[in-house]
Write a protein that binds this ligand. Structure first.
Ligand SMILES: *Cc1c(COP(=O)(O)O)cnc(C)c1O
Length: 361
């Protein structure tokens, strides 16, 4: 069965000696490997203000704490995402205000977000779903106009671009995940990218009890409570091994994605998703809209191909309470599906997938 997601792990001969060395080095906690991973990741996405953490969820949580979300504050977000995006808003004490999506892309609609802004709105959470980039031209304007910070949940979009730049330095807060099934995995891990050294200092304290690692423990003073969200040298070592492979891994996702963009352009029963101006997706998944989705998925399964919507719309979870009508999401959610597109999909595989789809369902 052709999978939708699969972890890329560097070759044994390369990774195992690195892991062995760090495991027996006598220092496996947050240390030099972590700082080196932050430096190299920062070089890759061209933002030196990169703070590693132990999950993407932790990165989101710290971003919300830095904004100072508290009881009664509202965060505008999307229901079309993995649950952590919205669960952390509740953990931080905020209220999730679901906004509608653009019917054509499934990504948050700037106009709908604008309509949901109130005095209590403290942040806008954007998700570059499946690697497709939100309408950043419009969201940047909105953020400036209302002075509301944007958090980019970039868990699906390592390697995606806006204005030619890799995502990670556009907004005040960008959150990456290195969980098992993302483009790049450190088994578990995450990164929060920021805009200033001052913001980094605050984030470093928030990820480790409120302590500053650079100050000797016996001389330190905690002034606010932080979490235990730091990365360790073992996960960071896996990250260091991963980074040299990422350009190739991501290039293969993109090559497969562009192949489908071409091959499936005029297939009856399919609507491809347009990309916003100045954006380039990194195709974590290949997402499209299909007629008769159940029949489509059955037909794909019979041909040995996984096709699935993958995520439950988050407003279906009762923990978020009742939410407004989201008519565009209703339409998109009925028809959207993902097909395999990642680094493991070979030329033969993708030809088989496109061929199966063209035969109809
Ligand atoms: C995976 C994911 C996260 C959370 O990342 P973890 O590293 O698993 O904590 C957040 N948002 C989205 C959209 C994700 O897919």
């Amino acid at each position: 069965m052709l999978q939708l997601v699969k972890p890329f792990i560097p070759p044994k001969e390369e990774l195992m000696p690195m892991l062995e060395e760090i495991l027996y080095s006598g220092y496996i906690a947050e240390g030099e490997a972590v700082y080196e991973f932050e430096r190299r990741f920062g070089e890759y996405i061209q933002n030196p203000y990169s703070i590693s953490v132990n999950s993407g969820t932790a990165a989101l949580h710290i971003a919300l704490m830095m904004i100072g979300i508290k009881e009664g504050d509202e965060v505008i977000s999307t229901a079309l995402t993995a649950e952590p995006t919205n669960i952390v808003i509740l953990l931080a004490g905020g209220k999730v205000v679901f906004s509608d999506v653009d019917r054509k892309t499934g990504l948050l609609c700037p106009q709908s977000v604008r309509e949901k802004i109130t005095e209590r709105t403290k942040a806008i959470m954007l998700v570059h779903y499946a690697g497709m980039v939100c309408n950043m031209d419009e969201f940047n304007k909105l953020s400036t106009e209302y002075s509301i910070p944007i958090i980019e949940d970039n868990a699906h979009a390592l390697g995606s671009r806006y204005n030619g730049m890799l995502l990670g330095s556009n907004s005040e807060y960008t959150c990456f995940s290195f969980q098992a099934i993302k483009h790049m995995t450190t088994v578990d891990g995450g990164m929060l990218t920021l805009k200033s050294e001052r913001a980094c200092e605050q984030a470093r304290k928030l990820r480790w009890f409120g302590l500053d690692k650079k100050t000797p423990r016996l001389e330190s003073d905690i002034t606010f409570a932080g979490y235990k969200y730091h990365m360790n040298n073992v996960n960071a070592t896996i990250g260091l091994a991963q980074l040299s492979h990422m350009p190739d891994v991501i290039e293969r996702h993109i090559d497969n994605g562009k192949y489908y963009d071409n091959e499936l352009r005029n297939v009856a029963g399919i609507s491809l998703i347009p990309y916003y101006p100045n954006t380039e997706p990194s195709y974590w998944l290949y997402t499209m809209l299909v007629e008769n989705r159940d029949d489509f998925m059955r037909c794909m399964t019979e041909a040995g191909i996984t096709a699935s919507p993958l995520h439950l719309r988050n407003d279906r979870h009762s923990v978020f309470g009742s939410s407004d009508e989201l008519p565009n999401l209703d339409d998109f959610y009925r028809d959207f599906v993902h097909i395999p597109c990642g680094w493991w999909v070979t030329d033969d595989d993708r030809a088989h997938i496109a061929g199966t789809i063209k035969k109809g369902w």
